[in-house]
Design a protein around this ligand. Structure first.
Ligand SMILES: Nc1ncnc2c1ncn2[C@@H]1O[C@H](COP(=O)(O)OP(=O)(O)OP(=O)(O)O)[C@@H](O)[C@H]1O
Length: 370
């Protein structure tokens, strides 16, 4: 988990340059495992290829004092490791070669995340779908919103970047691996949506063990190596919480904004606040908050507020963020998701909720200059 303090520490580390490469420590990929907790404790590893001991100790001291000077930092724990650069190998097996961090899918060598977003030149708006907590229905909402947008004639892409639990293969009922064309990954097309999931590209058992740099490399490739073509909107389903995937998206400078999905209860709302603050600090506007599992529709038409009433709407007001709408709990929504047939593709009251929210979302993108 990451918090906004990390952004400030990263910025401080960007001011330190590695004399060997002439690049700053972040751009050079020399900072690994950067973490910060609410108590202001920061830790990271400085990993330098081929640097001698003296040089790496000097850099470590400089990096530690830069991090220490950041407002809110109390303790910095950092170590330096150095390794010899390995020769480039002809055959690349993802996750176990020298450049696996930059290239987890074993495609051609990639540019930095800062330029990965530039390759999305045909995509007008890039929107992150985030949640503070896991299991609030973020992926279900993202998939159904994408289908609803496409049904309204909006050219839509959906990228499932939830490295630790990709659900798009199930939600869209697709298990086939995508094909390649001219060195790029061709997204699947289903329900009018161009769809790509990390679940189609990597072995999940390996991906759960990925550290920050691998996650960031994967996000970079999902943005730059997929042939998205011309899109009005690309929705990106992110892992719950705030972590390396979110930081990568922010660094790509292509985010038009973020949508936060929450259930109504207080605990989920506390986590949601953290996500809102991360995106805001990175100047990515919060497009709005969606309340999922808002109530259960009873057969007599009455509503049962299983997770409390209107909590996300109230939190949106407190956070000064737009409230985009509520989606009730529908057993058919869960069932349709498990069957790989999003409910938004059919006639159902849930589709009305998704259609309304999709409309608001598209209105936002019209003013977007990303
Ligand atoms: N409004 C809803 N009504 C009924 N079931 C729902 C609703 N929203 C989501 N679900 C169900 O809740 C479960 C969790 O949803 P989902 O996987 O979309 O959550 P998530 O927030 O993306 O989870 P993760 O933390 O794994 O990323 C799924 O079984 C899904 O079908």
């Amino acid at each position: 988990m990451t918090n906004p303090l990390i952004l400030r520490v990263r910025a401080a580390l960007e001011t330190i340059s590695d004399p060997t490469t002439g690049r700053n420590l972040i751009a050079a990929g020399a900072i690994r495992g950067l973490a910060a907790d609410d108590g202001g404790r920061v830790r990271f590893t400085l990993e330098l290829a081929g640097a001698d001991r003296n040089a790496s100790e000097k850099l470590l001291e400089a990096a530690k004092s830069a991090a220490n000077a950041v407002d809110g930092v109390r303790v910095v724990t950092a170590v330096a490791t150095s390794h010899q650069q390995q020769p480039t190998q002809a055959k690349h097996t993802p996750a176990n070669t020298a450049n696996a961090h930059a290239n987890p899918f074993g495609l051609k060598k990639k540019p930095q995340i800062e330029s990965a977003g530039e390759t999305l030149s045909g995509v007008k708006s890039v929107i992150a779908i985030a949640s503070g907590k896991g299991g609030v229905g973020k992926s279900t909402v993202a998939a159904n919103l994408a289908v609803a947008l496409a049904a309204q004639g909006v050219k839509t892409g959906l990228l499932d970047a939830d490295i630790y639990g990709p659900s798009l293969p199930t939600l869209f009922g697709i298990s086939a691996k995508p094909t390649m064309r001219d060195g790029k990954i061709v997204p699947h097309e289903a329900f009018g949506v161009k769809a790509m999931s990390i679940g189609w590209l990597v072995d999940q058992e390996k991906a759960v063990a990925w550290r920050g740099p691998m996650v960031m490399g994967a996000v970079r490739q999902l943005m730059s190596d997929v042939d998205w073509g011309e899109l009005d909107v690309l929705l990106i389903d992110t892992p719950p919480g705030t972590g390396d995937t979110h930081l990568s998206l922010i660094q790509s400078k292509r985010l038009s904004g973020a949508v936060i999905v929450s259930t109504p209860q207080e605990m989920a709302l506390a986590d949601m606040r953290r996500g809102v603050s991360l995106f805001r600090q990175a100047k990515a506007p919060i497009i709005g908050i969606i309340e999922n599992m808002a109530w259960l529709e009873m057969p007599d038409g009455s509503r049962q507020y299983i997770f409390g009433e209107g909590g996300a709407r109230k939190a949106a007001a407190k956070l000064d963020a737009p409230f985009l709408g509520s989606i009730p709990l529908y057993p058919e929504l869960r069932q349709a998701s498990d069957e790989g047939m999003p409910l938004a593709a059919r006639e159902h009251p849930a589709s009305d909720s998704f259609n309304e929210i999709a409309h608001t979302l598209f209105e936002f993108t019209k003013n977007d200059e990303a």
